[in-house]
Design a protein around this ligand. Sequence first.
Ligand SMILES: *Cc1c(COP(=O)(O)O)cnc(C)c1O
Length: 375
Amino acid sequence: MRPIQMVDIATQYSRLKTDIDRSIHQVLDRANFINGDEVQSFQEELADYLGVRHVITCANGTDALQVSLMALGLQPGDEVITSNFTFIATVEVIALLGLKPVLVDVCPDTFNMDVDALAKAITPRTRVIIPVHLFGQGAHMNEIMDIARRHQIYVVEDAAQATGAFYHHNRTISSRLGTIGDIGCTSFFPSKNLGCFGDGGACFTNDDNLAAVLRSIVNHGSKIKYVHDRIGVNSRLDTIQAAVLSVKLKHLDDFNQRRAMAAAIYNSRLAAIPQVQIPFVASDTSHIYHQYTVRVKDGSRDELRAVLQASGIPSMVYYPLPIHRQKAFEQWISPDVHFPVSDMLSKQVLSLPMHTELESEHLDFITSVIKNFYK
Ligand SMILES: *Cc1c(COP(=O)(O)O)cnc(C)c1O
């Protein structure tokens, strides 16, 4: 048995090596490292895949979030509401731009933004909502879009963990996550569902004007070379990374299916253990299992983690500290606002190995160690 890893990028690469190497070598031969044709064609391929009018690539997922907020014409002190249980990048960019992060608690079952808490957090200064599609399933976008339209505020989806997942608007209409709000953002960090071999990111939008503004912002605020209409940044996807991503995009549905198959096996083996709650998938979304995250409800999480570790099974806690517990954000947290669900989850969540290369022997072994621990 291959050693068990949280993510196994090397084995995935070995399966796709011929195509990926050919694609990378084409870039090396042409030496078109910056803004090469591969960047343009990858943007078009991803837009087709997602069913969205525009894909604007950039240097990483954090930049995608930052340039999205820069594109919306916000004023210092404008409020941006997001989830309290997320990766730091989502909140960091809000603060970095002089905007005010307003945090809301999450649902204990999906780990995504609680829409009742969202409704209560709206003030006359709210300009943007950033729902995070955590671990690979969608936040309740219908409800979030309703609230946003009612108050005329923007929605920027953080889809860094959900590239390729579907949101079901109703029984017959579905869209890919990241294409529902005004702008969607993703990351191509190597361990993401669609990952490159370094850093990368992208914004998605159906709005032609926003697309033009985003394209200009990632290029120093410029449309015509050396003519600058606004303050921008330098945020580009390398041509080599675009070449890798073009190959991998063709396999993304297969990657996500492999993850879902591993999740189904985990679910069937772990469902009967009362101390362990398997992931709950809301009816309005698909789940592409960026992470397979269980809740350990009897306080034994850290002990279980140690036992797994001793058996050569890695696991991770995403996230050990919710945003309201982070020192960097203490100035925005008022002492009388509480986040009981985030606090509870940070003590219960445990993410098990999840990637496209898990074999049934890996899953047998991992689940047997967990079963034995609770016997
Ligand atoms: C990975 C991630 C990001 C940031 O992406 P980078 O490419 O690492 O900058 C933002 N939000 C969430 C939820 C993420 O998981």
